[in-house]
Design a protein around this ligand. Structure first.
Ligand code: BV8
Ligand code: ZN
Length: 254
């Protein structure tokens, strides 16, 4: 594992891998959206610092206190709605011109798609979508701004919930399987802005490793994953990812 800091040049090893690569994958977490102003979960200012995930991001908590959980998602939806993709999201889009690219994201903020990424596997759902817990009707047009309006209800009377994967819930099978399939065949696999503590999503970079991919971590600090990555670049994703995209263009003489 070779560690580099924010100003380190992109290594010759990585440039060589990118020169020959066909399939390049990006596994992302909250850190890739941090510079868009969206709070992460486990950092110093993280969402979990102020509230416990088990109190909020699970179905029982929602059924016990739908107003509290719904308000929390309205609060996060507003942040996401007012945020925009940052240089890290855009650098990943730029690499679609050089490689077959897939993004497997744990984020529910839709920023990869809003940046222009064409193949995004949303492993934990999408906060901009909602559905009725009783009849399953979709309610994606809910007003975000309604403050203190309490939990929203469907015409059938059922509670409306965000279309995100809560703790104890299954991930969308097709998204997970497709992300695994791509990771298993990837030549280079980037793990960007994730603490790598949430499963089963965090199994996916290991699938890439077992499939022979060259694993590169981008994070502001070491994680569980740092010891298995071929290289770790420590710094902000919004600074490092554009440098990786530039190195990829150079490696492919573009
Ligand atoms: C399930 C969506 C069971 C909602 C979230 C083993 C196998 C399977 C399950 C488990 C297992 N072990 C434990 C479990 C249970 C649990 C789990 O993983 N618990 C953990 C916490 C121990 N998993 C589950 O419950 C999953 N479901 O397994 O169901 C099942 C099985 C069969 C049948 C029925 C049921 C569901 C997990 C999904 C939970 N949903 N969120 C919402 O968002 O509200 S979790 C939440 O964590 C987010 O999705 C988030 O994306 C995800 C991961 O967090 P990160 O993205 O990594 O964010 P974090 O803040 O942690 O880290 C940010 C990183 O960025 C840091 O490293 C930081 O240094 C870095 N950073 C910060 N700024 C920058 C930066 N890097 C670069 N640049 C910067 N500027
Ligand atoms: Zn309904």
């Amino acid at each position: 594992m070779k560690t580099k800091n924010a100003s380190s040049p992109i290594s010759d090893d990585l440039k060589r891998r990118l020169a020959d690569a066909r399939r390049v994958g990006f596994f992302t977490g909250a850190g890739v959206s941090a510079e868009s102003g969206i709070p992460t979960f486990r950092g110093d200012q993280g969402l979990w610092k102020r509230m416990k995930p088990e109190e909020l991001a699970n179905f029982d908590a929602f059924m016990r206190n739908p107003d509290l959980v719904w308000e929390w998602y309205q609060y996060r939806r507003k942040i996401v709605h007012d945020a925009g993709p940052n240089a890290a999201h855009r650098a990943i889009v730029e690499m679609e011109a050089l490689f077959e690219v897939e993004v497997a994201t744990q984020n529910v903020d839709n920023l990869h798609r809003r940046a222009g990424s064409t193949t995004v596997r949303e492993l934990h759902g999408n906060i901009e979508r909602n559905y009725c817990v009783e009849c399953g009707t979709r309610h994606d047009d809910i007003e975000i701004g309604e403050k203190d309006a309490g939990a929203a209800r469907c015409a059938c009377g059922g509670l409306i919930r965000p279309d995100v994967v809560w703790f104890g819930e299954m991930l969308p099978q097709s998204e997970f399987t497709r992300a695994e399939d791509f990771a298993a065949r990837a030549d280079v696999y980037f793990v960007v802005g994730t603490s790598m503590v949430v499963y089963p999503a965090a199994y996916i970079p290991n699938t890439a490793r077992v499939g022979g991919a060259y694993l590169v971590e981008v994070n502001v600090e070491p994680t569980e994953f740092s010891r298995v990555a071929a290289e770790s670049y420590f710094g902000k994703a919004g600074e490092i990812m554009p440098r990786i995209a530039a190195a990829a263009r150079e490696a492919r003489n573009v």
